[in-house]
Design a binder for this molecule. Structure first.
Ligand code: SAH
Length: 217
């Protein structure tokens, strides 16, 4: 039987060995990574691997991202706690919880019903009250609550979906993996008045973003 204390130690070790050496510097992001119980977001057979330096399967052919990638993408959003954040690809809900720690409110969209249902239950149990959920094609965004200060896409896209760009607030940041199905580049787009500044943040590998402005099913 592993007690909660051991999970805290496992998280501390994850932060010190996987995030700090790879230059994750935002203290609020590091604090959220120390706090969110990642082992609750994986199946019971994988709990022992929850804090390891790699992604893990979460069912339905999907994965929970590697801790470093979660931290990197979250840091790139530059959250201060005041933001309205949109997440595409709820999956296990782990990234959602990290965003909920750091944003005013998180809107999260997932196309696979059983996954979002599991996430709603778990995030409720963990006491997150600032998350709104929708089962939908997230390549269309969630227009009703736009614009967003931060948008994060946790599945790989062939191109940046135009609706997501349209739903960015002035000064807002969109972080998304773009590329082919085998590998992608993490991209940040910042909206500055009517200009868009595009930066490359490094290589990565995600499951497919499937939808009208993504890969076809
Ligand atoms: N952030 C998740 C990662 C899940 S993997 C986590 O921490 O666990 C990517 C997720 O994106 C999958 O659950 C997949 O079903 C979902 N997805 C793929 N295309 C989508 C779309 N068009 N809209 C919403 N979700 C999508």
């Amino acid at each position: 039987m592993v007690v909660n204390h051991d999970y805290r130690l496992a998280r501390e070790k994850m932060v010190e060995t996987q995030l700090v050496p790879r230059k994750i510097k935002d203290q609020r992001v590091l604090a959220a990574m120390r706090k969110v119980p990642r082992h609750r977001f994986v199946g019971s057979g994988l709990i022992g691997e929850a804090y390891n330096d790699h992604p893990l399967p979460i069912g339905q052919g999907q994965t929970i991202s590697q801790p470093y990638i979660v931290a990197l993408m979250t840091e790139a959003l530059k959250l201060t706690g005041k933001e309205y954040t949109l997440e595409i690809g709820t999956g296990s809900g782990y990234q959602t919880a990290v965003l909920a720690e750091l944003s005013r409110r998180v809107y999260t969209v997932e196309r696979v019903k059983p996954l979002i249902n599991g996430s709603i239950k778990l995030l409720d149990e963990l006491g997150y009250t600032n998350v709104m959920y929708k089962t939908y094609d997230g390549t269309l965004g969630w227009k009703e609550n736009s614009p967003y200060d931060g948008i994060i896409v946790t599945a790989g896209a062939p191109d940046v979906p135009q609706p997501l760009i349209d739903q960015l607030a002035d000064g807002g940041r969109l972080v998304i993996p773009v590329g082919d199905k085998l590998s992608q580049e993490l991209i940040r787009i910042t909206k500055k008045k009517r200009r868009f500044v595009k930066e490359k943040l490094g290589g990565c590998r995600f499951v497919d973003l499937i939808g009208e402005h993504g890969w076809k099913d």
